[in-house]
Design a protein around this ligand. Structure first.
Ligand code: DX5
Ligand code: ZN
Length: 211
């Protein structure tokens, strides 16, 4: 199991130092919110660029923004290794997926808790990441919505059946208990914000989620 700490729950005044406390992380999860697609604001590409030189770990950029195509170049140039956008925000996902691949960036599609897997099925053969939101996007520290486990199971079944190569990522409300539930349905990567950053020993928390 890979672990992607979400810096949304970290101290924004000390991002460089915060990144040094999560050396056991596999990816760094970066939540970009626009106050339009979700009712909260975080930061944009300049902040991603600013922290790029402070860690070698892959940047997993999660765009919770309307019109992601408008900002794709900026987030690519800022040093994102993966860029995940929401299926609810685009009419032609294939164009964005192709553009990301052209720039050697991994392409991800995300689903809000109520969006069904069938909405992304035509693109599953092309993408590298499927991010299942297990809380309504917008805020850290919410409770895991158990109903979303069925979607992870479905994505895991489809992956096996068709030999797809995407990684199944879950985001929201992850702790030791929900991590086990996700592992049991075939999830590959756990995003966790508060569970990791609210603890003193962040690496110990990361190790616990890996079990
Ligand atoms: C929510 C974000 C998540 C969030 C998870 O919209 O996409 O990445 O940081 O936070 P926790 O782990 O606290 O639920
Ligand atoms: Zn996220």
């Amino acid at each position: 199991m890979k672990i992607a700490p979400s810096i949304l729950a970290s101290d924004f005044a000390n991002l460089s130092a915060e990144l040094n406390t999560i050396s056991a992380a596999d990816w760094i999860h970066i939540d970009v919110m626009d106050g339009h697609f979700v009712p909260n604001l975080t930061f944009g590409a300049p902040v991603v660029k600013a922290i790029r030189n402070h860690t070698d770990k892959p940047f997993d950029t999660h765009l919770m923004i309307s019109n992601p195509e408008q900002y794709l170049d900026d987030f690519i140039a800022a040093g994102s290794d993966h860029i995940t956008f929401h299926i609810e925000t685009v009419k032609s996902p294939k164009a964005l997926i192709d553009k990301l691949h052209k720039h050697n960036v991994k392409a991800g599609l995300s689903l809000k808790p109520k969006t069904p897997v069938k909405d992304i099925e035509p693109y599953l053969k092309d993408i590298d990441v499927v991010l299942v939101m297990s809380v309504e996007p917008g805020f850290g520290g919410q409770s895991f919505i158990e109903k979303t486990l069925a979607k992870m199971q479905r994505l895991s079944d489809l992956k096996k059946r068709h030999n797809y190569s995407y990684e199944i990522v879950v985001d929201g409300g992850i702790n030791e208990t929900t991590a086990k539930q996700c592992r049991d349905v075939g999830v590959d990567v756990l995003v966790a914000g508060s569970y990791i950053f609210k603890a003193k020993d962040r690496n110990e928390r990361i190790q616990r989620l890996k079990l």
